[in-house]
Design a protein around this ligand. Structure first.
Ligand SMILES: C[S@@+](CC[C@H](N)C(=O)[O-])C[C@H]1O[C@@H](n2cnc3c(N)ncnc32)[C@H](O)[C@@H]1O
Length: 299
């Protein structure tokens, strides 16, 4: 299909025709708006106001080319190489998971918890950091904290480091396989004087492989499987390992925060209760009412 003119409204008609099979109307408009925000530096209001304005040829081509990528099913964040998370824009590549709204809720929970505790030298670690969206957002809001992000994927860590530079914050990123036997000794060397962390956070891979049949093709085809999946035989393997690491690496009265698969939330909580390390363990629901987070405080 050809575009009738350089008008923004005609580009939108083009998007609707080309992408109708992939997206519902509302979602399609939101995608078009995001593309215009990124390439034209328009606000949402300006996209509406300038609907009948003409674009220059170079902007027109950029938005037109984005539609070609979107038509392949590529998520808009990978097309634009950028994703909005909490209150910041993060670089994303197919090596990292696109940050999700549930994870914004997790960050919000942590920030609210920290507002109620007294200001002190916090040491925070995010395990399975991906784009670095969790530690970088926390460091922006709690500049005095010493913050570390670890991941098994060097490619993800490269993206996380570009994000720390983009946001002008100091976060240490390190490659560690959290399931390896020597993970504990690597973690000991991450921060000054080997002191334990005040907060341990993780949104680890948590989708059982058997659940992949019900997942959107867009996610399955484009997002890194290393970030998504765990074996059906032990779907809470990451949680058990991280809970065990709390024995040596979480300070007394320190907090553990997890993002969870609601299907295994109780199993994770029960495991955390069996190790006898915590004052309390609490499941917290997300905005759709599902058990999505675990908060626990060490004795
Ligand atoms: C669900 S993603 C979370 C990414 C990011 N924290 C977020 O919330 O958007 C899980 C992350 O765990 C990492 N990962 C997978 N296996 C790991 C392992 N054995 N050790 C450390 N990190 C691992 C993946 O590379 C991925 O970046």
């Amino acid at each position: 299909m050809k575009i009738a003119s350089n008008k923004l409204s005609h580009l939108y008609t083009y998007y609707k025709t080309e992408l109708a099979l992939l997206y519902e109307d509302d979602e399609l408009y939101a995608i078009f708006e995001t593309v215009c925000e990124t390439y034209l530096k328009f606000t949402k209001a300006e996209v509406k106001q300038k609907f009948e304005s003409n674009l220059n040829q170079s902007d027109l081509i950029k938005i037109y080319d984005a539609a070609k990528e979107l038509k392949k099913g590529t998520p808009v964040q990978y097309v634009l190489k950028e994703a909005f998370f909490y209150d910041l824009f993060f670089n994303v590549t197919p090596a990292v998971l696109i940050p999700r709204p549930e994870t914004e809720e997790l960050v919000d929970l942590i920030l609210k918890e920290l507002k109620t505790t007294k200001q002190r030298a916090l040491k925070i670690i995010d395990i399975g950091t991906g784009s670095g969206c969790i530690p970088i957002t926390l460091k922006k809001h709690i500049p005095q904290a010493e913050v570390v992000g670890i991941d098994i994927s060097e490619k993800a860590l490269e993206v996380a480091r570009t994000n720390a530079v983009k946001q002008n914050v100091e976060v240490t990123f390190k490659s560690i396989d959290i399931l390896s036997k020597d993970a504990s000794s690597h973690i000991s060397h991450l921060i000054s004087h080997h002191v334990p962390f005040s907060i341990i956070i993780s949104n680890p891979p948590y989708i059982a492989l058997s659940e992949s049949k019900q997942m959107e093709a867009r996610v399955l085809k484009h997002e890194p499987h290393l970030a998504l999946f765990v074996e059906d035989t032990d779907p809470i393997i990451f949680y058990k390992q991280i809970i065990d690491l709390c024995r040596d690496h979480l300070e007394p009265a320190g907090y553990l925060f997890f993002e969870l698969n609601p299907l295994f939330a109780l199993e994770v909580k029960n495991y955390a209760n069996t190790v006898n390390l915590f004052n309390f363990t609490e499941l917290i629901v997300d905005m759709s009412g599902k058990n999505r987070f675990l908060k626990a405080q060490k004795k």
